[in-house]
Design a binder for this molecule. Structure first.
Ligand SMILES: [Zn+2]
Length: 366
């Protein structure tokens, strides 16, 4: 990081500081700090309008960072919805919207709707053209390294589609992201204590992302973390959407639970809370299969493991039981509660992650 970036992040972390605080915290010379602060102020990235109250003497200027100086938009295209969020420089979701519509990239009306949703959230969140860093589009599929092409989109049958086609009605800088990678990236970005992690997305399909030193490890062909297709039931397993049998996806997708409640996962967990026998039976089986996947991942990576996706948003109350089952499988003495965590972004993590990538890039330009 250059000195401007270091000063900017110092202010960002400490919320409101004096020039003297920065001198003491970063050990740069006063002229250097004064010059860099002027530069940050000119770019409207910091606010100097407040004073720090001193007892005696002059009140010093308080430097604080302007969260809304820039923003990014994230869109997540699922089978039946267009989900969209606006995210500020601290990674907070400042606005979100959801439009129910069937995924169909061949339909011009659908493509127009994506553009409309983006425009709506841009207006609602009051993001000017100058402040908008970009629009990240998370999709249920694998994406080329440059974010331009869907290389594997079997769940929704859109392999080969390009960013240009999908974003035809988005007149801003945009890029495609694999949904699990974007969601995993958001989790590690927001939690400064995590640096190596495996993110498991437990939604209608199961995905994952490998994060090493706070960066996504994509693999040689952008297929790393595809745990949905590990074979976990080698004999008599159900058929997966990939065509194979017994994939991890077939036992840990969220539909295994909400098929009991007509696709309503919230209702499933409400029934589980009220000790419904069938819900308990399905959950017991689900936790067992999930603990197997978690155990295998832990043996491979020795990293933190974050549970996200639709089921991850509900799993907090069941972590103790899940950790117990993971511990039963371990060959070592480590405890799952020290490495296994529920996700922090309970809603729209994929959309938020797709937006956050632009924020991270912006920090590099300071
Ligand atoms: Zn599969």
């Amino acid at each position: 990081m250059n000195k401007s970036q270091q000063i900017y992040h110092y202010i960002r972390t400490h919320q409101s500081v004096s020039k003297q605080d920065i001198v003491l915290g970063l050990k740069f010379s006063l002229p250097t700090i004064t010059q860099k602060l002027q530069y940050l102020e000119q770019r409207n990235l910091i606010d100097t309008s407040r004073k720090i109250q001193n007892t005696g003497g002059r009140n010093a200027t308080a430097y604080s960072y302007v969260k809304k100086a820039r923003a990014a938009i994230g869109v997540y295209l699922t089978g039946h919805h267009i989900n969209c969020v606006a995210v500020d420089l601290s990674g907070d979701v400042i606005d979100m919207t959801k439009e129910r519509i069937t995924f169909n990239l061949e339909d011009e009306a659908y493509l127009k709707k994506i553009g409309e949703v983006v425009e709506r959230i841009k207006n609602e969140a009051e993001i000017s053209d100058e402040a908008l860093l970009g629009v990240g589009i998370a999709v249920q599929g694998l994406v080329s390294e440059d974010g331009e092409v869907v290389t594997y989109g079997l769940t929704l049958n859109f392999t080969g589609k390009t960013r240009e086609e999908i974003a035809r009605y988005i007149p801003y800088n945009s890029r495609l992201f694999h949904d699990s990678s974007a969601a995993g990236y958001a989790e590690v970005w927001i939690d400064h204590d995590i640096c190596n992690a495996f993110y498991i997305s437990l939604s209608n399909s199961v995905g994952g992302a490998v994060l090493v030193d706070n960066n996504i490890y994509e693999g040689n062909t952008q297929k790393s973390g595809e745990i949905g297709h590990m074979t976990v039931v080698p004999e008599d397993g159900e058929q997966c959407y990939c065509g194979r049998f017994g994939c991890f996806d077939t036992v840990c997708r969220s539909t295994n639970l909400d098929q009991y409640t007509d696709g309503n996962l919230e209702l499933f967990f409400a029934l589980l809370q009220s000790r419904d026998r069938e819900a308990e039976r399905l959950w017991d089986k689900y936790l067992d299969d999930l603990s197997l996947g978690i155990h295998n991942i832990r043996m491979l990576f020795d990293s933190d493991i974050i549970l996200g996706g639709y089921v991850g948003a509900y799993i907090e109350s069941y972590m103790e039981e899940l950790c117990r089952r993971v511990d039963e499988r371990t060959s070592f003495s480590d405890c799952a509660r020290d490495f296994l965590f529920p996700c922090k972004y309970k809603v729209e993590s994929a959309a938020a992650g797709a937006a956050i990538c632009f924020i991270d890039e912006f920090f590099d330009t300071i």
